[in-house]
Design a protein around this ligand. Structure first.
Ligand SMILES: NC(=O)c1ccc[n+]([C@@H]2O[C@H](COP(=O)([O-])OP(=O)(O)OC[C@H]3O[C@@H](n4cnc5c(N)ncnc54)[C@H](OP(=O)(O)O)[C@@H]3O)[C@@H](O)[C@H]2O)c1
Length: 352
């Protein structure tokens, strides 16, 4: 049954996949009470009727957006543009919030126009919500934007190289494989079982929107903007429900070897609660593997130097609904509310 915590939290978009993950994590959080879950289409229904994994854990019912009341904290898991469209209704509903949509992720207007076709952005006052990049700024923030799931994997994989100044010697070629839950709960032709089962579909060989945040954030980490032509991302839909695997190929300076890479990855991620370096010498799971991360807030990163070419292959994996969305949002909320950063996020993945 629900725990009673000192902070009240509401969830917008509670009938969606990210909304469902938020509720799963928040119900077990030691410091929070989920007070309202919003859905227009499911109002009045038990939350566990829509998210059956929550049976026995909550007796909450969905309420309509018009019946939202104030809470200490608010999560928005609404589609692109929807949060802003309800601005008047949402005024005064929480002092702090995390919006997991892409609405406030990109501050560079050129990048925003290029990838979202939108001239005017709305990132003012928002902090980009990856704690591994912006921990101290998130602690002070009242508004945080979630990061994209592919972007989170790509950025966390490449962050050590960006910090070391080893990005930008040439284009970074990246392939992202992604499961169907990234497309949300509404059925579409592309996620319909007969059309999805068994395919490996190149749905964005060029122009994926997350390229914008990867370019912007990696440029900020290395203190020198990257060009769009330096980040060549292709995305493929694979037959998983959850999971992202990004494989990035980066040119390396002549002198950099395996030990140097170990050193920069360790220095970037020592003490990070939710990033794990995976590079084993033997076994089946020698590199990051989304299957083992299902339901966890962990991003695994690993690398291998190509002995025949001056490049490193960086691999990073996560669960798109957790570290790629809801879990990362809860991690940011913990910082914003002054709680333990890993509170409510201590889940171990599954094997086999
Ligand atoms: N799925 C992922 O892996 C992932 C990863 C990172 C970030 N995100 C972002 O997280 C957000 C939610 O993603 P999702 O996959 O959970 O989407 P989803 O499954 O489609 O759920 C979105 C929910 O928002 C509600 N909604 C839709 N339009 C609305 C509107 N105009 N006003 C109010 N409510 C509206 C819908 O509920 P009702 O119709 O019942 O009200 C719907 O259940 C998106 O912005 C997405 O880009 C998703």
């Amino acid at each position: 049954m629900p725990r009673s915590g000192r902070f009240s939290v509401s969830v917008l978009g509670g009938s969606g996949y990210v909304g469902g993950e938020l509720i799963r994590l928040l119900l077990k959080h030691p410091d929070l009470t989920v007070t309202q879950v919003i859905s227009r289409s499911q109002r009045g229904r038990y939350v566990s009727g829509v998210h059956p994994n929550l049976r026995g854990h909550t007796t909450l019912r969905f309420v309509d957006l018009d019946d939202l009341s104030p809470a200490d904290f608010m999560f928005s898991a609404l589609p692109h543009g929807a949060f802003a469209s309800h601005r008047d209704l949402l005024k005064g509903m929480a002092d702090r919030w995390v919006d997991l949509s892409a609405d406030h992720r990109i501050s560079d207007p050129t990048l925003r126009a290029m990838f979202y076709g939108e001239k005017d952005g709305d990132s003012a006052g928002y902090v980009y919500g990856l704690p591994e990049l912006n921990r101290e700024r998130i602690r002070e923030a009242t508004r945080v934007s979630g990061a994209g799931c592919l972007a989170t994997a790509a950025i966390l994989g490449l962050l050590p190289l960006a910090k070391a100044g080893w990005l930008g010697a040439g284009p970074i070629v990246m392939e992202a494989k992604v499961g169907s839950s990234a497309a949300g709960v509404r059925p579409k032709a592309s996620t319909h079982h007969p059309e999805r089962q068994g395919v490996l579909r190149s749905f964005a060989p060029t122009g994926h929107r997350h390229t914008a945040e990867i370019v912007e954030q990696l440029g900020q980490i290395r203190d020198e903007p990257l060009r769009v032509s330096d980040v060549l991302l292709s995305a493929t839909a694979v037959e998983l429900v959850r999971g992202v695997l990004v494989t990035a190929h980066c040119p390396l300076p002549e002198t950099v070897g395996d030990r140097d890479l170990w050193a920069i990855f360790r220095s970037a991620y020592d003490g990070e609660p939710f990033v794990r370096i995976v590079k084993e010498r033997r076994g089946l799971y020698r590199y990051p593997e989304p299957k083992l991360l299902s339901g966890t807030n962990v991003c695994e990163v690993g690398f291998e130097i190509d002995p025949h070419a001056r490049r490193v292959v960086v691999m990073s994996a996560l669960d798109n609904l957790v570290k790629g969305a809801a879990g990362n949002g809860v991690q940011a909320m913990n910082l914003m509310l002054g709680l333990e950063e890993d509170a409510g996020l201590d889940w171990i993945g599954l094997h086999p």
